[in-house]
Design a protein around this ligand. Structure first.
Ligand code: PDD
Length: 276
């Protein structure tokens, strides 16, 4: 398959230097974009978030987001990708290993590739289990950086317990999950952690907020506790490509009826209409 390396679409090969700062420090940012029937979903929103992440870590993007968008569309076409994801990352560049930023002559390294992935329709319809684990990440979780070790450890714990996700809590407060946002439903209203420095403001999360608005469902962008999570009528998680997954059980506690809830199902149905 083809990859994007800086501004060139080329055959996929490993061109990354051992002193690429992404490799040594996780010093870079990334995006994962879902592709449905050959079309990237919410590409503008992903590119705007990339630009924001770049600003927040003082990384100068090598091209405008419009130029990057054009390249990504070219890549999708070159790979004839129908169903799957685009992964894109920008590192601060390659330079002798010192922690501080390299000189201004060092250009960021941009890479992108695509991967075929089936839709997770079964899990979306049937739901899945999650585990609860402590959120041990830093205090700028709003930036989509390559530093994902805490997320990796949390997800591994989920997988070892036959769960799809690890829901994270900081003290009493539920923040998000290892690679998705979390919503709960209680007495007909939804609750999700506000978009501040403790969570990544997911593109899927934002779309779910819009959908709920259209459906006249009230969403409270307010923190909620671990106890409220376990007592919720419904819980679901949102992320690129896995879209919306109902959570039926967390650790050994059954959520609500133990089946995907009515409000969750409505939101799933509306979300699917975006690309069907
Ligand atoms: N992860 N929170 C975290 C910590 C995430 O890593 C992600 C996405 C989300 C959901 O964001 P979005 O709806 O924009 O995908 C929330 C991607 C998919 C990943 O790292 O693979």
């Amino acid at each position: 398959t083809k990859m994007l390396f800086n501004d060139q679409i080329m055959d996929r090969e490993n061109l990354i230097d051992i002193e690429d700062r992404a490799y040594q420090f996780g010093d870079g940012i990334y995006e994962v974009i879902g592709v449905y029937d050959g079309t990237p979903l919410m590409l503008d929103e992903h590119m705007e978030r990339l630009e924001r992440s770049a600003d927040e870590v003082q990384l100068k993007l090598p091209a405008s987001i419009n130029e990057l968008k054009v390249k990504l569309l070219e890549l999708v076409a070159a790979n004839k990708l129908n169903e799957g994801i685009i992964y894109m990352q920008v590192s601060r560049g390659t330079s002798p290993r010192w922690h501080e930023f390299p000189g201004l002559d060092v250009m960021p390294v941009t890479v992108a590739y695509t991967r075929e992935e089936e839709r997770m329709s079964d899990v979306e319809d049937q739901g899945a289990n999650a585990v609860l684990t402590e959120d041990i990440r830093w205090l700028r979780c709003d930036i989509k950086t390559l530093n994902l070790l805490p997320n990796v450890l949390a997800k591994q714990k989920a997988v070892e317990n036959n769960a799809v996700e690890a829901i994270l809590h900081r003290g009493d407060t539920v923040t998000e999950a290892s690679a998705s946002n979390v919503f709960i439903v209680k007495d007909g209203e939804l609750y999700t952690h506000p978009a501040n420095n403790y969570i990544l403001n997911g593109i899927t999360r934002r779309k779910v907020l819009q959908i709920c608005d259209d459906l006249n469902l009230k969403v409270n962008e307010k923190t909620y506790t671990v106890t409220e999570l376990f007592k919720a009528d419904e819980v679901f998680i949102t992320a690129t490509k896995s879209d919306i997954i109902p959570i039926l059980k967390i650790d050994d506690k059954i959520i609500g009826s133990g089946k995907p809830g009515e409000i969750t199902k409505k939101v799933v149905q509306e979300f699917r209409s975006l690309y069907q």
